[in-house]
Unconditional design. Structure first.
Length: 232
């Protein structure tokens, strides 16, 4: 692998890590982006490279260079944001990067472990991201709420706030179903009320139930009841 001695060498380095078979796999996994923008770098190799670039003088220059051309550059960008140490810097870079995210996989790399230390501030940000017209900004808000707000920072109002999100976008609706399936697992009593009241769109409602009943953490009795709540 070459050293990070220029911005151009970063792309060259990524191509030096290319696995053509993996490129074909990723092209099927994220079919909504042009396969020509996918290099084909396996995640462990990309994470190792991110650690190397993180100590390079070109890290901040790379983070300022938007948009990127390649899928792996975007994933690398998300990984570098996750290595930042201060919440102000993290949120600044997240806000700058979100409009350029064009697929679910990059989006789902991004939630920063530091978010757990600033629940009120991050929740306010998540609420603002939910108002975006950009698919992956909204998805990022949902994934953030799923990742950090279904345990000690849970508030029942969140269930109803997300129920207001109505979209025809598959990757938003899939994130909602993912969120509500985990809400049923972790916060069953308040969450099941939304299903009884049919607060969610039919597809999200049924997909959430489907995913929840696949979990061993849902009791047989709960699974039976959830099946009875499916919309026809």
């Amino acid at each position: 692998m070459k050293g990070c001695n220029s911005m151009k060498s970063i792309v060259d380095d990524l191509f030096s890590l290319q696995d053509v078979g993996y490129k074909e796999f990723i092209s099927k996994l994220v079919p909504n982006i042009d396969s020509e923008t996918i290099i084909g770098v396996r995640t462990p190799a990309l994470r190792k490279y991110a650690s190397k670039l993180n100590s390079s003088e070109y890290k901040h220059e790379f983070l300022r260079e938007l948009p990127h051309m390649y899928y792996e550059e975007n994933n690398l960008h998300a990984m570098l944001i996750n290595k930042l140490k201060g919440i102000d810097e993290v949120l600044e870079h997240v806000d700058a990067f979100l409009p350029y995210i064009n697929n679910w996989a990059t989006c789902d790399i991004l939630p920063h472990k530091l978010f757990a230390d600033y629940p009120e501030r991050v929740y306010r940000k998540a609420d603002s991201w939910l108002k975006s017209e950009h698919t992956y900004t909204v998805r990022f808000a949902i994934v953030t709420l799923l990742s950090f707000y279904l345990d000690e920072h849970f508030n029942e109002d969140m269930l109803y706030r997300l129920a207001e999100v109505k979209s025809d976008e598959y990757y938003i609706n899939m994130a909602l179903a993912w969120y509500y399936s985990f809400a049923l697992i972790k916060q069953y009593a308040p969450t099941v009320k939304l299903f009884e009241e049919k607060r969610l769109g039919k597809w999200v409602h049924n997909k959430s139930i489907q995913k929840a009943i696949e979990s061993y953490r849902i009791s047989p009795e709960q699974k039976q009841y959830l099946r009875s709540l499916k919309q026809k």
